[in-house]
Design a binder for this molecule. Structure first.
Ligand SMILES: C[S@@+](CC[C@H](N)C(=O)[O-])C[C@H]1O[C@@H](n2cnc3c(N)ncnc32)[C@H](O)[C@@H]1O
Length: 237
């Protein structure tokens, strides 16, 4: 990875460079360009002949058009998964915040946790530019957060990085970059079990339909063409 920055962002870029050297030095072997330019943070995947440009913005027209379609659809899968509107949701795996933003627009109150310092920086930047939202973002490990948090959440949502899947179609350019820069969870079941204890209503674990991961059996599942949502009943009633 190469990092380039304009003068305004020099401190920020140096800070993230040092942090990444500490936490995930392997990332510097990846073909990625991280570019700080005024209020924008861009990532370029230079693995392609024509480098793929990824800009995480909730203001992007295409992103917003897709969100509007989902918001108008009463049969949207999130209405089935999170049946009680206005509930408090803890998103243990924020990533690029796409699921959290949909939930935010659907009227839930969402707290996001993310353990990659680079993703936190990118996401925080995108949220600052968005301004009008009801999302809270914390940097850290969700297991530690849940273990120490006094606050109670109705739903706890977990979207681990997809393991090997037969569904190549699930991999968008953003997901490819996310796979490279994110930090994986080594003990998925430990996090799921703690989430079940802490959740008032449900724990939802998103996986691709043909996932090869070995997570504990759910109470029931809600499936779409490509995704399997594992639903566990919360025990903190
Ligand atoms: C598949 S991505 C989530 C994508 C997200 N749902 C979205 O809509 O963009 C998984 C993210 O969870 C983060 N992560 C994995 N384990 C975590 C943990 N224990 N605590 C906090 N973040 C974690 C990874 O760094 C990665 O960014």
């Amino acid at each position: 990875m190469k990092i380039v920055s304009d003068i305004i962002n020099k401190d920020k870029s140096l800070f993230i460079e040092n942090k990444l050297k500490d936490i995930c030095p392997k990332i510097f072997n990846e073909n990625i360009l991280l570019k700080f330019e005024e209020s924008n943070i861009h990532i370029l995947n230079t693995n392609y002949k024509k480098p793929a440009f990824v800009n995480i913005s909730f203001l992007d027209k295409k992103v917003n058009d897709r969100l509007k379609i989902r918001m108008r659809d009463n049969n949207d899968i999130f209405n089935k998964i999170f049946p009680d509107k206005g509930s408090e949701i803890l998103d243990c795996t924020a990533g690029f915040g796409r699921d959290a933003r949909i939930l935010d627009l659907l009227g839930y109150k969402v707290t996001m946790i993310e353990k990659s310092p680079l993703i936190i920086l990118i996401l925080k930047n995108a949220l600052n530019i968005l301004k009008d939202h009801n999302l809270t973002l914390y940097y850290g490990d969700s297991y530690d957060f849940l273990n120490h948090s006094e606050k109670e959440y109705d739903y706890i949502y977990i979207d681990f990085m997809f393991d090997k899947t037969k569904d190549k179609s699930l991999s968008s350019k953003n997901d490819e970059i996310l796979k490279i820069i994110s930090l994986s969870e080594k003990n998925k079941n430990r996090l799921i079990k703690l989430a079940i204890k802490k959740s008032k209503k449900r724990v939802i674990v998103k996986e691709p339909k043909h996932s090869s991961s070995n997570i504990i059996n759910a109470n029931f599942n809600i499936k779409t063409k490509l995704i399997n949502y594992n639903i566990y009943n919360g025990e903190n009633k």
